[in-house]
Structures are given as structure tokens and as C-alpha cells.
Design a protein. Structure first.
Length: 113
């Protein structure tokens, strides 16, 4: 009969506590959208259009989830979103214009610190 063996590595390291679940806030999701915009220039035309469509869909969801904003702010967001949709639907979209408008809209939606 063999004596039980002990691994000092396992026995000396206390188990780590599980990380607490933190709900995703719009701030972190907006940061992801900003990162997506940074990569636009590096993609092919098809990749750009695909990413633009994803950004538009994402921002639509953020606008829908946003607390009731003042009339002027909501109107500005709707106007910028319409411009983003038009640009992303073009066969050869202007990446710089799309990115500029998207960053402006994300700035409106981002929580102010």
C-alpha cells in the first residue's frame, strides 16, 4: 500500500474567491464600440460595412435603453443615428465621416463622470 502523496503546490495556495458578477454597464459597452471604430480603417470594404452595421445596431439599442433625454438631445441622437444608417448602407461608405458621427453619438450616450 502506497502512502498518500501531497502536492505542496496545491495545498499551499488558498483557493481564490469567485469573482463577483458585475452587470455590464453602458459605459463599458460604449468603450467596446469605440474600440470597434478604431479598427474600421484596417478592414476591407466588406468588413467596414459589416462593422458599421454592427455599430449602428448597437447604438440603436443604446438609444432605446437610454433614459428619457431632453427633446433636443434626443433629436440630435436620432439625427446622428439616421446619418450613421445612411452612411453604413452606402456601397462605398466614407469611413472617416461614419467614425466621426459615431464617436459624437457615443459621446452623447456615454455616462458623464
Amino acid at each position: 500500500m502506497n502512502p498518500p502523496t501531497t502536492s505542496y503546490f496545491i495545498d499551499t495556495i488558498p483557493p481564490s474567491a469567485p469573482a463577483p458578477f458585475v452587470a455590464d454597464t453602458s459605459g463599458s459597452r460604449l468603450a467596446v464600440a469605440r474600440e470597434m471604430l478604431v479598427t474600421l480603417e484596417t478592414l476591407t470594404n466588406a468588413g467596414q460595412r459589416h462593422l458599421m452595421a454592427k455599430v449602428v445596431t448597437f447604438i440603436e439599442g443604446q438609444v432605446a435603453e437610454a433614459p428619457a433625454a431632453r427633446g433636443r438631445q434626443r433629436a440630435t441622437a436620432a439625427q446622428l443615428l439616421a446619418q450613421l444608417k445612411r452612411e453604413s448602407d452606402r456601397p462605398f461608405p466614407e469611413v472617416a465621416a461614419f467614425r466621426s458621427r459615431a464617436e459624437g453619438l457615443i459621446g452623447l450616450l456615454a455616462p458623464h463622470e
